[in-house]
Design a protein around this ligand. Structure first.
Ligand code: DGY
Length: 330
């Protein structure tokens, strides 16, 4: 039997895929905002001001101002594992539970990371473009020759769920060697994959491929900047499927222009949806529009999980994925 929360008003900031929408409709009084409303700060704040729950996407900035305008808000469910778009400290002060969608997107995001790594190393996008432009005249020994992946060293910054899923694919599927940097030891991955924990500078110095899997916060903003790029080797490749501001994009452009690193695969950017203009003509970068978790099935699972988190909080139960569980204790 479904929980009825019809007196509860839930705002969904943009249409979400799959059965989540009707599942939520059966349980609460749902308002899906029209396209464009969520992008307008004052209209977003106004819509959330009378809501008990809000299902939001990474494009929505839920800050102190939006939270202050909310009179009865109890839960903000982010349809993403990362939640840097939400001021969690302000939400906690306001007694609002924030939830995210971990686990359901882990494998899908890891797949995309490997796709980006392989595409950058083996010049897949460049090759496709070359052929479509009818520039292929004959086979040649060094035509679009790239970098090997097998047997090379993958460095991972942040060996959390997605970092581990990437590591498994790289080591077990591609015979890569694994080094990692993070706040703590991950002995089970050291045992399972022969991983070696290294210092921060060593990570940059030794990685043939460096893949970022850190959450964005004040400590990780510009984790990769000119100094770190200067430590990397000329044949190394940077992959970022985490959050754009973890990399200083201007410093990355300079490093690529100077040939300090060989290439980069980026799914995320500092000021999405803007992309630093200088990256666009570069042949040695592969650029994707933040699609790490974008398989139909995974995006549907993320929406459903976000909806379940809202219903749990509004019906007085513990949500599956609180990021500020301390609110539940008060
Ligand atoms: C996440 O879940 O944090 C992704 O970046 C959005 O798909």
């Amino acid at each position: 039997m479904s929980t009825s929360l019809s007196e509860h008003h839930v705002v969904v900031t943009r249409p979400v895929p799959g059965p989540a929408q009707s599942w939520l409709d059966d349980r609460a009084n749902v308002q899906v905002l029209e396209e464009g409303v969520a992008a307008d700060r004052s209209r977003l704040a106004e819509a959330i001001s009378e809501a008990d729950g809000a299902l939001v996407l990474v494009t929505e900035r839920i800050d102190e101002e939006v939270l202050a305008a909310a009179k009865r808000l109890k839960v903000v469910a982010n349809m993403a594992v990362g939640y840097d778009n939400i001021d969690v400290a302000a939400a906690t002060r306001a007694g609002v539970v924030v939830t995210n969608t971990p686990d359901v997107l882990t494998e899908t995001s890891a797949d995309l990371t490997l796709a980006l790594l392989l595409a950058t190393a083996r010049r897949v996008v460049e090759g496709d473009r070359f052929l479509r432009e009818r520039r292929w005249e004959r086979w040649a020994p060094l035509l679009l020759a790239g970098q090997d992946v097998y047997g090379r060293t993958l460095g991972i910054a942040g060996l959390g769920r997605i970092g581990r899923a990437v590591a498994r694919r790289a080591v077990l599927g591609f015979g890569m060697k694994l080094i990692y940097w993070g706040r703590s030891d991950v002995p089970e991955i050291e045992r399972e994959l022969g991983a070696e924990r290294v210092g921060r500078d060593e990570l940059f110095e030794r990685s043939d491929f460096l893949s970022l899997h850190l959450a964005l916060n004040d400590e990780t903003r510009h984790f990769v900047s000119s100094r770190e790029l200067g430590l990397m080797r000329e044949d190394s490749i940077l992959i970022n499927t985490a959050r754009g501001p973890i990399v200083d994009e201007a410093a990355l452009v300079s490093a690529l222009e100077a040939g300090q690193i060989w290439g980069a695969g980026l799914d995320v950017f500092e000021e999405e949806p803007s992309v630093t203009e200088a990256l666009l003509p570069m042949k040695n970068v592969v650029l994707l529009p933040h699609i790490g978790s974008a398989s139909v099935a995974t995006r549907e699972r993320m929406a459903k999980l976000a909806a379940e988190n809202i219903v749990a909080v509004l019906s007085g139960q513990s949500p599956l994925n609180p990021v500020n569980p301390e609110v539940l204790l008060t």
